[in-house]
Design a protein around this ligand. Structure first.
Ligand code: HEM
Length: 428
């Protein structure tokens, strides 16, 4: 095998896969050790080649012909195996059988966006791009400001607040809910769907009970959006669901299962990620009161701060690709069928790319060159919206509060997604 030719990951990475608290809290340190081992490093435990350096990450993301999103599963090899095992255990469970019958036709089996390669991918991508034109995103600003203002008002009189559940979760959740025409009463279910859709990402400790909950969500989600999409086809409106309902492509016809997949991508990709950006930024501001004071005095620097939060605390640490044929990356042989874990978060702290890479610096000339939103064909279509949510959210918090300190916190249980499940703070 090729193990002699490719560096092997140091042991600290195992702690991350075990979702050990220290490792989740020191993920950047763990990835720095991995990067020190090489630009492409074999991780036996996960069965992947980790891509750690900026240039190698860019090369892999820009080459969809060599490195496919379609061949592998976006969840990666280990989680895919765990989910398959749990599904086998549920084979005779009557509740699972009933739910799976309601899931037919199974929209989760129809790859879309993140699970497709060009040119097929481009047909789906054109649909979501239409929601995120610069004009449309600029038009969302007043609503994002209004929601951020309401959330700040809600917590203003409290002494102890969970910044994650009270601010970082509801801000993007309500923004996306409005785009997907979800009413206020349905918000709790919407949040649960969003949680369940991302639960298996970077967490291979899921068993049959968790999987059953996820299947239930996939059914509820489909039963909610199928009729809505059909209704939009009959009565078009000026909204995103109508764009999806009417999406057609001559070369790659888009079916109803794929339409649900596109809506699900918006829900899963658009919520949890921005939430993690907001909670990580709140933690940085709590730990660096001087930085918070500077931003309060010079709010024009807030967008640069948002990019530093994104660079340092990438909400998605890395996603997966599969090599289509034998090739090399950064001089390391990559056999056909090999899984790659493309670590945006590691590239973002590369000493070769960034001066003082572990520090917040608001005047970097290459501050926006981080890879937190990916690169190439799959570059995050929601990047402008996420940056808007960050800028508006931090500005609202900094304007209202003189400061906050962290009381305690709990990390998200994932080696792929990175943020805080809970971030309890006291205002000062
Ligand atoms: C801080 C917030 C965000 C982060 C860190 C983030 C990160 C990413 C990354 C890394 C990808 C590329 C996946 C790949 O290379 O395979 C991606 C794709 C995607 N993101 Fe985001 N995202 C964020 C916010 C959003 C928002 C707000 C939306 C929508 C409302 C969104 C929707 C999507 C969709 C639909 C894709 C799939 C694109 C494709 O495969 O062509 N994201 N995101």
């Amino acid at each position: 095998m090729l193990t002699n030719e490719r560096p092997i990951a140091p042991g600290s990475i195992e702690r991350l896969f075990a979702l050990d608290e220290w490792a989740l809290d020191h993920q950047a340190e763990v990835l720095s050790e991995l990067r020190a081992a090489g630009p492409v490093v074999w991780i036996p435990k996960l069965g992947v080649l980790a891509v750690t350096e900026h240039a190698a990450v860019v090369e892999a993301l820009n080459d969809t012909e060599r490195f496919s999103s379609r061949l592998g599963n976006p969840r990666g090899p280990r989680v895919s195996e765990v989910v398959e095992n749990a599904a086998r255990e549920l084979a005779d469970d009557p509740t699972a059988t009933e739910l799976l019958a309601r899931l037919v036709p199974d929209w989760t089996a129809a790859p879309t966006l993140i699970g497709l390669d060009p040119p097929h991918h481009s047909a789906h991508r054109r649909v979501v791009n239409r929601l995120f034109t610069p004009r449309k995103v600029a038009g969302m600003r007043p609503r994002v400001e209004a929601i951020a203002g309401e959330l700040v008002d809600d917590i203003a009189s409290e002494e102890l607040v969970d910044m994650s559940t009270r601010f970082a979760v509801p801000l993007p959740l309500r923004v996306i809910a409005e785009e997907l025409a979800i009413g206020v009463d349905d918000l709790p279910a919407f949040k649960r769907w969003s949680d369940d859709m991302v639960a298996p990402i970077g967490n291979d400790r899921l068993g049959p009970p968790e999987l059953l909950g996820i299947i239930r969500t996939l059914v509820e989600f489909a039963e909610h959006f199928r009729p809505k999409l059909a209704e939009r086809r009959e009565n078009p409106r000026d909204d995103f669901l109508t764009l999806v309902a009417q999406a057609e492509d001559d070369e790659f016809p888009i079916n109803d299962e794929q339409r649900l997949g596109i809506v699900a991508a918006m829900l899963g990709a658009g919520n949890e990620t921005s939430t993690k950006m907001l909670s990580s930024g709140c933690a940085i501001l709590a730990r660096c009161p001087d930085l918070a004071d500077r931003l309060r005095a010079e709010p024009d620097l807030i967008p640069a701060f948002v990019d530093e939060v994104l660079r340092l605390e990438a909400p998605v640490q890395g996603l997966f690709r599969m090599a289509r044929h034998d090739t090399t990356l950064a001089g390391v042989p990559v056999p056909a069928g090999a899984w790659l874990w493309i670590l945006y978060a590691s590239a973002n702290r590369s000493e070769r790319e960034y001066e003082c890479p572990h520090e917040v610096k608001l005047d970097r000339s290459n501050g926006a060159s981080h890879l937190t939103f990916g690169r190439g064909a799959h570059y995050c279509p929601g990047a402008a919206l996420a940056r808007l949510e960050g800028a508006v959210g931090f500005r609202a918090l900094l304007a209202r509060f003189d400061g906050w300190e962290i009381v305690d916190y709990q990390r998200d249980p994932s080696y792929v997604l990175h943020g805080f499940k809970h971030l309890n703070v006291r205002f000062v």
